[in-house]
Design a protein. Structure first.
Length: 202
């Protein structure tokens, strides 16, 4: 789950309106988040990191680990997402199989609610099979909702990212300490200055 990610992938890309709706429902504000990430200070960096811990698993969940065109999808098909232990299902309209909906996994912490509203966590495809230039093994589908991953998978990934980020920060700090020129500059200051020639007896 590092930043250097390559395919194959099928990416579900929620619209700006979908993200706005999702963030509002979560008590957040997209504009406030954008302004937060534009700030440059130690406090802002800490807040940005906390927010990113929650956003990254959501993004991972919208990456399907295979490249598949919508014409090859089948009703009820289960697709693995880039978020570990979190799948996405396919729902086709019997009257019009071209109407494709991606359904997020049920929240196992509240199965009764998931059973009562099985398609609440669902995103309809607006534009399908969009190629990504330079990446023949990646396709994008624009969807109208943000899918919410299973709580257990979300929490486990947040924890893993938390540990990974701290380890990376520690490694960077060790590297900075090793490259600190202060010690090197202090070495050789007494570098054995040559004896004063005038002190040699005539």
């Amino acid at each position: 789950m590092d930043g250097d990610v390559t395919g194959p992938f099928t990416i579900l890309l929620p619209t700006d309106e979908a993200w706005e709706e999702f963030l509002t429902a979560e008590g957040l504000n997209e504009t406030a988040i954008e302004e937060l990430f534009a700030l440059d200070s130690a406090d802002a960096a800490a807040a940005q990191w906390v927010v990113s811990l929650g956003i990254r698993p959501l993004v991972f969940y919208h990456f399907i680990n295979v490249t598949v065109t919508t014409g090859n999808l089948t009703n009820g098909q289960v697709l693995p997402s880039y978020l570990p232990d979190a799948n996405i299902s396919v729902l086709l309209d019997p009257a019009n199989p071209g109407n494709i909906t991606f359904v997020g996994a049920a929240n196992e912490t509240d199965p009764a609610a998931a059973a009562a509203a099985p398609n609440t966590n669902a995103a309809a495809t607006l534009f399908a099979d969009i190629p990504v230039i330079g990446h023949p093994d990646i396709l994008m589908n624009v969807v109208d909702k943000v899918l919410v991953p299973p709580e257990a998978a979300f929490n486990a990934t947040v924890e893993a990212l938390f540990v990974s980020d701290l380890e990376e920060l520690a490694a960077e700090q060790e590297g900075d300490d090793a490259e600190d020129p202060a010690d090197a500059d202090s070495e050789g200051d007494d570098g054995g200055a040559p004896a004063d020639a005038d002190s040699d007896g005539a």
